[in-house]
Every structure is written in C-alpha cells, then in structure tokens.
Design a protein around this ligand. Structure first.
Ligand code: NAP
Ligand code: MG
Length: 502
C-alpha cells in the first residue's frame, strides 16, 4: 500500500463517529458495517416433538447467550429422558407410517421446500447463527446458510434416485436415527445430518449443542411451514446428559455423532454390544504443508483462511503449518504481516474476519493450551489488534519453533492458534503430517502436480486440499481416518450410511 499523503481523519467523514484506534499509520480503519436484518428470535424456545413446540416435562429452561456480548438471547427448554423418549416415539410412528411409506419423489418435494424456505430467510438465519455462535457474519452469510440450503437441495435430488445409492442392490431406510451435533456449525451440521437421513426415508431425533440451539429451533419453524409430517424431525435441546439419552435410546437404529473424539469414545464404549449403526465425525489436527515452489502469497492466504477466519472453530481447521525450510522465514514474516491486519471483533460487522470464541469454557481451554505451548518452548506471536472489552475473544496467534512432542502440535486447540513446524524433504513432511492421532484433513501447497498426487496418496486424511483449503460441496463425501472417526457425510457414500442393503 503506498504511504498516505496525510493521516486518516480521527472520525468518519460520513457518519462523524470516532474511528477505532489506529494500529498502524498506514492502515485506514473501516467504518462499522453491521448487518441489520432482524433475526426474529423468540424470548423462549420449547422442544420440537411430533411437529409441535412443547415444553419439557421437567419444566426447566436454560439461557442461551451471545458470546460476543455475554448477553442472554433466549431461554431454551431442557430435555430430560422422558422428553427424549417422547421424541423417539413420535419418530417411530412417522417412520412406520407416513414417512417410511412415502415415495422418494414425494419426500424430495419436502426437502426442496425446506431448502427454498431457508434461502428465503437466509439473512435472518445468518444473523441468528452469528448472534448465537459468535462467527463473523460474512461466514454465516456466505458459507453456513447457503451450504445448509445446498445440502437440502442436493439430497432432495437423491430421494427419487435411491436405486443408484448402491447399484445392483436394493436399499431401505434404517428407521429412526439419533443425532448429536456440536456448536461450531450449528445449522450446517444439522443439515449434513438431517438431509441424507430424510432423503433415505429415515426419521430423526436430533440434539443441537447446548450453546447453539437457536438456528435448529428456527429451522423447526420452517419444517412446520413446509408441512413436514409430524415426527419426521424431532429436536431435543439440552446438555451432555440429553445427548447421552439420544445416543442410548433403544429405538435408535443408528446414531450419528459429530463432536470431540473424547465424547465420541464415551458414546462408542456405551454402545458396544448393541446392534446400532454408528457414524462418528470427530476431532482433527490438520496440517497445511507449504513447499518452496508454492505460490507463497496464495498459500499464506489459504493458511490464514484455514485457521483464523472462523476462530479456528473448524474440525478440519489447518491448525498445524508444516513449512519447507527454504521458505520458512518468508512465510512466517508474511503470516505476521497478514495477522496484523486481520479484523477481530463484532461478529455482526461485515468487515470482521475473526469473531467471538463460542463460550467462556472454550476460551479458557484455548488460553490454557497456548500457555502450555509457551512453557514447552514455542515462541508466541499475537496480532496486536484491540479486543472488545466484553465477550469471549482471542487474538490470532502463531506459535513458532514447535516440535512434534509439543502438546500444541498434537492436541486439538479449536481456536485461532497456528502451530508452525518446518521440514526439509517430502518424506519428512509426510511423516510429520501423519504423526497425529487424527486424520481428518490436510492441505498441500506446491506448483508440482506430481507432488500433489504423491502427497494425497500418502497423507492419512479424509480430505486433502491442493492449493486451496476448507472447500466443501454436498456431492463430496467428508469424514475421517483414525481418531477423527468413521463414516462419511455428503455424496453417495454419505447417503449410503443411512441405508440398509436388502
Ligand atoms: P463435544 O463436547 O464432543 O460435544 C458435541 C455434542 O455432544 C454436543 O451436542 C454435546 O452437548 C454432546 N455431548 C456431550 N457429552 C455427551 C455424551 N456423553 N453423550 C452424548 N452427547 C454428548 O464437542 P464440542 O466441543 O461441542 O465440539 C467441538 C468438537 O467437535 C471438536 O473436537 C471438533 O473437531 C469436532 N467436530 C468434528 C466435525 C467433523 O465433521 N469431524 C465437525 C465439527 C466439529 P453439549 O453441547 O451440552 O456439550
Ligand atoms: Mg461440549
């Protein structure tokens, strides 16, 4: 950027509002540009069972907050075992009755309708997602909500073509499916779970994460508007105990879980010996690998996108950077430069790159692991940006000089923290990238097509992106190796995971 002739004015010429503190002489701050669509929140949300909103039998509610302000957004019913059971009974009736018997082409119409209604209300849903989850509005507006609609569209397209799910075999629905999802993509994870299950003719009982129930409950309004038959989708809100009840219920023919490896293991242990089918989408510790022939600016942008744009709240986040020694110094210098101009703050502001951490608990976990990294000898660099006085925020952080034995190289931090290691040879890059208990995703940055092919066969990861990162498509199956789980979501493989071969 050329130097400015005169320093930027202290207040905005348009609004007259004082500008935020300047960090660098040559950086013009943007005026705030908050998204103003009304999220249409209700003060209180009940459970969604058998097509109706009903209070929990225990009469208890819990608060759900905006992590960027710590203010209460709404109160949400706390489902106990009796509510979970009622949800399963409703799902069972719908599976045995109308939904299980309906022709695929008719089910498709409901899925199309849900997708269209979600598109109609996209801005409202994006604001609700950002308010409840803390992610920047440009993420929820440009990624979460359109991708959720895309999943319903895509699976609507499958519902009348199920004979192609397993060519040569006949497929049938499993029955009722229990699903539990995390807080990082509340609406999108719900779409990943519900759309294929419904297309195949199953009915579901789903529990959203405790901290982010709102968009799921708003989508229940769309299910009603779409005329979805009662009991096809049932939503039970609550914390871990509610999730455990959803996973353990005897009616569930299959359980699908997305969340931490730790909780995934608890669920697998508790279901061992039952005949429930399972899908587990668990944690990750993805490596972005930059070779010395890579387009460096593009690679740096991809790495920043992969770990900072969603506060690192992404299971497949590129939380490790493996950089080829000849370019390590240049890459780290460019990363620091890029971090200095990331905009951290109000998630509703359209200029914000890095929003709020989802909860105080998660913020404390990130702080703790970064402290551990520093104690173990990593060198810390943090963006010098101002942070809002309230709410849960964490500065985009680089940890350099990390070695494979450091906890920050092995454990999932799930925050805007990048651990940087170096390598000298292709084999060393593969060895270091695979030296983790996880295997969800990886990124390779190089000019050589042959190297991309070699790396993608040798990396033990469900997805390998080449010269890009965090790209998704409903037609492309997603899932992990090793402790990142098993089963696939998306594509033909994803829908097959909700089918019985007959
Ligand atoms: P989490 O603590 O494992 O929670 C996930 C969900 O499980 C939440 O709804 C949670 O309820 C519920 N839960 C907690 N204890 C349970 C139990 N004993 N039985 C059944 N359900 C239980 O994970 P998180 O912290 O919300 O999410 C972050 C994790 O999800 C990260 O590890 C991330 O990598 C992973 N993730 C993976 C993928 C993927 O596709 N592989 C995608 C997104 C996220 P509460 O909300 O009340 O805790
Ligand atoms: Mg949790």
């Amino acid at each position: 950027m050329p130097p400015l002739a005169s320093p930027p004015p202290k207040s905005s010429p348009r609004s007259g509002r004082p500008r935020p503190e300047l960090i660098f002489g040559d950086l013009w701050p943007y005026d705030p540009a908050p998204e103003t669509a009304d999220p249409k929140l209700k003060p209180r949300y009940d459970l969604f069972i058998d097509g109706k909103f009903v209070p929990a039998r225990g009469g208890k509610y819990f608060d759900t907050i905006n992590p960027a302000t710590e203010k209460k957004l709404a109160e949400v019913a706390l489902a106990g075992p009796a509510d979970v059971d009622a949800a399963y009974q409703a799902a069972r009736r719908a599976a045995d009755g109308v939904w299980g018997r309906m022709a695929g082409r008719e089910r498709a119409k409901y899925l199309f309708r849900i997708a269209r209604l979600l598109q109609d209300r996209a801005r409202e849903f994006a604001v609700a997602e950002t308010l409840n989850g803390g992610k920047p509005i440009k993420e929820s507006r440009d990624f979460d909500v359109p991708m959720a609609a895309a999943h319903f569209f895509y699976h609507a397209g499958w519902a009348d073509k199920l004979e192609y799910v397993a060519p040569g075999r006949r497929v049938a629905p499993l029955g009722v499916v229990g699903q539990v999802i995390p807080w990082n993509f509340p609406l999108l994870m719900l779409a990943w779970k519900i759309a294929p299950a419904l297309a195949m003719g199953n009915t579901v009982v789903l529990k959203p994460a405790e901290t982010t129930p709102i968009t799921a409950l708003k989508l229940a309004e769309i299910f009603q508007d779409a005329g979805l038959p009662p009991g096809v989708v049932n939503l039970v809100t609550g914390a871990g105990a509610t999730g455990a009840a959803v996973m353990a219920h005897p009616i569930a023919a299959k359980v699908a879980f997305t969340g931490s490896t730790e909780v995934g293991k608890i669920i697998m242990r508790s279901l061992a010996g039952t005949d429930k089918k399972m899908t587990m989408e668990l944690g990750g510790k993805a490596a972005n690998i930059i070779f010395d022939d890579a387009p460096i600016n593009q690679a740096v942008e991809g790495v920043v996108n992969g770990i900072f744009f969603n506060q690192g709240h992404v299971c497949c986040a590129g939380s490790r950077l493996l950089v080829h020694e000849p370019v390590a110094e240049a890459v780290i210098a460019k990363l620091k430069q890029r971090l200095r101009v990331l905009r951290v703050g109000d998630p509703l502001d359209k200029n914000t790159d890095v929003g709020a951490i989802n909860s105080r608990e998660q913020l404390n976990k990130i702080r703790h692991l970064v402290d551990v990294g520093v104690k173990e000898g990593a060198e810390l660099y943090q963006a010098p940006c101002p942070l809002p006085a309230r709410g849960f925020f964490f500065r985009p952080t680089l940890l350099t000089g990390v070695t494979q034995s450091h906890r920050v190289a092995r454990e999932e931090i799930f925050g805007p923290v990048l651990s940087i290691l170096t390598f000298r040879t292709v084999d060393e890059a593969v060895e270091k990238a695979n030296n983790t208990a996880f295997g969800l995703s990886a990124g390779v940055w190089t000019d050589k097509g042959s190297r991309i092919l070699k790396m993608s066969t040798e990396l033990k990861a469900g997805v390998v992106w080449a010269n890009t990162f965090n790209k998704f498509d409903p037609a492309s199956p997603f899932g992990g190796y090793k402790e990142s789980g098993f089963g696939r979501e998306g594509g033909r493989q994803g829908i097959l995971d909700y089918a019985k071969l007959v």
